[in-house]
Design a protein around this ligand. Structure first.
Ligand SMILES: Cc1ncc(COP(=O)(O)O)c(C=O)c1O
Length: 401
């Protein structure tokens, strides 16, 4: 079904299909959804939305689903087990070698397998989720198939199911197809107008091109992980030391040695002209880098060089050359206004603050338009931005006049 307008809507539709299938077989009591602790936040949210009860299963030290814990939870909830939601490769950035066993275990206990396909960028052309034992998957066309995204849309999260679940996919009255679970979005084909982008992408890339894109995405992530290993260790890797299409850079140790947090590095990257990678997800105080196939080697090297330069700055704080509370990281990002002042109160030179050294010849300096903001201020200081009721009363008076 092309109806879901986002990966999370695909999850919602897929879980509804599983529920409807189980209800049709007189197994409506099955409402437990197992979710490994490495899962993307949308997984438990979707499970809650379809009325399932979320039971979290553990991960081992390498970030994989802990099979022993999964077995215990499967047995414990056998009568009520509806499904498991797993992501492959996982949100920890690893290909789990025992993914087939995970699927088998859940099937043996009467549950279905939702295999979150948002990381399909690491699988197109090289692996088939159906063969692992997945029953339902969504794709994120806006992540894997070229739909431009960022800034809020447009998302497309088609959901794919195995044959016995097909009758439970979303339907739509306007298409004369009122299937059991109804519609999950207003239009029968969801964000139909953007679908030709993915179609063109697939046609123009061809099978070999798509496989090459997957390989480039995996290679890029491994290249970054390896080049940065002496500066920021990668948190999770498979037994052969490789990651999938993303790597989690572990910055947690820096707090004790320098007072620097992952957020400071993220902000400092803006001075170097980069939008920061994913911050503190799925592990607090880490940076998760997902380069995809889109970046050139030159651009990836520019990013790695900036990360290494920032690590050198952290080393200077570690050596007490700069105080922990007044250094280029804590004061990042540096706006032009903050640098162009008559009195420069900081212990490091202005050109260091502006990250002016080491740029590629001819490259343009990016000037962050705003300095450091307190990210969580808004979360902790809620206020209502609604127009007060009195304003409507005044409007009514004006209109009457
Ligand atoms: C593993 C995983 N699952 C689900 C989603 C949800 O997709 P969407 O943001 O389109 O709702 C994402 C999005 O990044 C994801 O990475």
């Amino acid at each position: 079904s092309l109806q879901p307008n986002a990966g999370s809507q695909g999850e919602y539709a897929g879980l509804l299909a599983i529920r409807a299938w189980q209800q049709a077989r007189g197994q409506g009591q099955r409402d437990v959804c197992l979710i490994p602790s490495s899962a993307h936040g949308t997984n438990p949210a979707s499970a809650q939305m379809v009325g399932m009860k979320v039971v979290v299963t553990k991960c081992d030290d390498n970030g994989n689903v802990d099979l022993a814990d999964l077995k215990v939870k499967c047995e414990q909830h056998a009568d009520k087990l509806a499904c498991i939601m797993i992501t492959y490769p996982s949100t920890h950035g690893v290909f789990e070698t025992h993914v087939k066993e995970v699927c088998q275990l859940v099937h043996q206990h009467g549950g279905r397998v939702y295999l979150d396909g948002a990381n399909m960028n690491a699988m197109v052309g090289v692996a088939a989720p159906g063969e692992f034992g997945g029953d339902v998957s969504h794709l994120n066309l806006h992540k894997t198939f070229c739909i431009p995204h960022g800034g809020g849309g447009p998302g497309v999260g088609p959901v794919c199911v195995v044959e016995d679940l097909v009758p439970y996919l979303p339907g739509h009255q306007t298409a004369g197809d009122a299937r059991k679970i109804g519609a999950v979005s207003a239009a029968p084909l969801g964000n139909a107008a953007v679908l030709p982008i993915s179609w063109m992408y697939v046609r123009m890339m061809g099978g070999a091109g798509l496989t090459h894109a997957t390989e480039a995405a995996i290679l890029s992530a491994n290249y970054i992980s390896k080049r940065l290993k002496d500066h920021y260790p990668t948190l999770y890797a498979s037994a052969n030391g490789h990651v999938a299409h993303e790597c989690i850079l572990d910055l947690r140790g820096l707090k004790d040695t320098s007072g620097v947090m992952a957020e400071d590095v993220a902000k400092r990257l803006a001075d170097y002209g980069f939008h920061a990678p994913t911050l503190s997800f799925p592990v607090a105080n880490t940076l998760m880098v997902e380069p995809t196939e889109s970046e050139t080697l030159e651009e990836i090297d520019r990013f790695v060089d900036a990360m290494i330069a920032i690590r050198e700055e952290i080393r200077r704080v570690e050596r007490s050359e700069w105080p922990q509370d007044d250094n280029p990281l804590k004061n990042a990002p540096h706006t032009a206004d903050s640098l162009l002042t008559a009195d420069w109160p900081h212990p490091y030179p202005r050109e260091v603050g502006g990250a002016l050294a080491g740029r590629l010849p001819g490259s343009v300096k990016y000037w962050p338009p705003v300095g450091r903001v307190d990210n969580v201020y808004g979360d902790r200081n809620l206020f209502c931005s609604c127009v007060p009721v009195e304003a409507f009363a005044d409007e009514a008076v004006d209109a009457a006049a």
